[in-house]
Design a protein around this ligand. Structure first.
Ligand code: NAD
Ligand code: UFG
Length: 339
């Protein structure tokens, strides 16, 4: 099995590349480092003890894709490459639509030209309507609140249509909930290049003293302690979900969507106190106003993935907090540490 991993230097792509190599699969990575660092790939190679071909470039570039598919016998594409910041997508919608849609179209076109029939796509829980009853399952109505979400929604539709038109195509749409944590080695992890927008990297940087306190965005939500509830999933469990999705794509054609979550919701205050307890550190916090567009609670019904992919998340919130802290301590400035 030889997988083309687009965006393989990124947070989820690097952990999935490591999981694939540990399963003795072959891979080819393409990334333009628009939101990542070459050091991530060097560490994936060191951790796995394996090498793989890498192409630096843009997945929107049809000539590059033709070269990659001509030079490598690809069985399956795992498409992580995309822009992912919700706020940035509101400010720069055209850049988001261009990057996320054109990359997906170019990949499908190159796959068609080279007879590659399997695609695993990084979708998001953000495709579900914000008023969906929780836990949300894959049959819930879709609808988004920002351009980033719409790019995922539109790519899903493009991929579903492509699978209708080509009955040999197999498309797996993976709707991730909130990936956090890092490989247990602490060698690869999430490396935001600015002040983090997401909760967990902000908590870890605060524990390290980079920020004075965590700003808790609102404590008057309709949740048990009033702070927002999310379905946090360890990135290594998420990576294993892709290994299971490849096995599924080998056996099935058509398109299918799967939630990748734990099914359990934790609040912002749960996360802060779990992080303090797991790592014996203090994480000061201040309750502030709500962040625009945030929902009260978002968590998955992960039963479909368990039934059809034979996959379920195994790691605990303590594992997620411990592994995040190990990565943060070893790499206080991410992959730029020491360079
Ligand atoms: P990331 O930014 O760490 O990784 C994305 C990678 O793709 C980066 O290495 C970036 O350099 C690369 N890239 C972007 N556009 C490219 C292009 N046109 N050509 C080549 N390379 C390109 O993000 P991540 O957290 O690893 O997310 C991976 C995927 O999962 C994304 O599609 C994201 O939208 C989706 N997703 C992420 C989350 C999350 O919370 N992290 C949640 C749901 C879905
Ligand atoms: N939060 C804080 N303080 C912070 C950051 C976040 O209180 O500094 C709160 C938020 O209000 C929310 C929770 O922590 O209640 C989680 O927020 P994140 O920003 O970590 O995650 P989101 O659920 O908002 O968004 C994530 C991804 C999106 C994706 C979405 C659904 O960042 O790309 O999950 O999959 F669309």
């Amino acid at each position: 099995m030889n997988a083309l991993v687009t965006g393989g230097a990124g947070y989820i792509g690097s952990h999935t590349s490591l999981a694939l190599l540990r399963q003795d699969m072959d891979l080819v990575v393409v990334d333009n480092f628009s939101n990542s660092h070459p050091e991530a790939l060097a560490r994936v190679k060191a951790l796995s003890g394996k090498d793989f071909p890498f192409y630096e470039g843009d997945v929107c570039d049809a000539t590059l894709l033709d070269r990659i598919f001509s030079e490598n016998a690809i069985d399956c594409v795992i498409h992580f490459a995309g822009l992912k910041s919700v706020g940035e997508s509101v400010a720069q919608p055209l850049r988001y639509y261009e990057n996320n849609l054109i990359s997906t179209l170019r990949l499908l076109q190159a796959m068609g030209a080279h007879q590659v029939k399997r695609m695993i796509f990084s979708s998001s829980a953000t495709v579900y309507r914000s008023d969906s009853p929780m836990p949300v399952d894959e049959s819930a109505p879709l609808g988004c609140l920002n351009p980033y979400g719409w790019t995922k929604f539109m790519c899903e539709q493009i991929l579903r249509d492509a699978a209708v038109a080509d009955p040999k195509l197999s498309v797996v749409l993976l709707r991730y909930f909130n990936p956090i944590g890092a490989d247990s080695s602490g060698q690869i992890g999430e490396d935001p290049d600015d002040i983090p927008n997401n909760l967990m990297p902000y908590v870890a940087q605060t524990a390290l003293g980079i920020h004075k306190h965590v700003n808790v965005f609102g404590d008057n939500y309709n949740t048990p302690d009033g702070t927002g509830v999310r379905d946090y999933i360890h990135v290594s469990d998420l990576a294993d979900g892709h290994v299971a999705a490849i096995a599924y794509a080998m056996e099935h054609t058509g398109s299918e969507a799967f939630n990748l979550g734990t099914g359990v919701g934790y609040s912002v205050l749960d996360i802060i106190s779990a992080f303090e307890k797991a790592n014996r550190v203090k994480v000061p916090y201040v309750i502030g106003p709500r962040r625009r567009g945030d929902a009260d609670a978002v968590y998955s019904n992960p039963d479909k993935a368990r039934r059809l992919l034979g996959w379920q998340a195994k790691k605990t919130l303590t594992d997620m907090c411990r592994d995040t802290w190990s990565w943060q301590q070893k790499n206080p400035h991410g992959y730029r540490t020491g360079s």
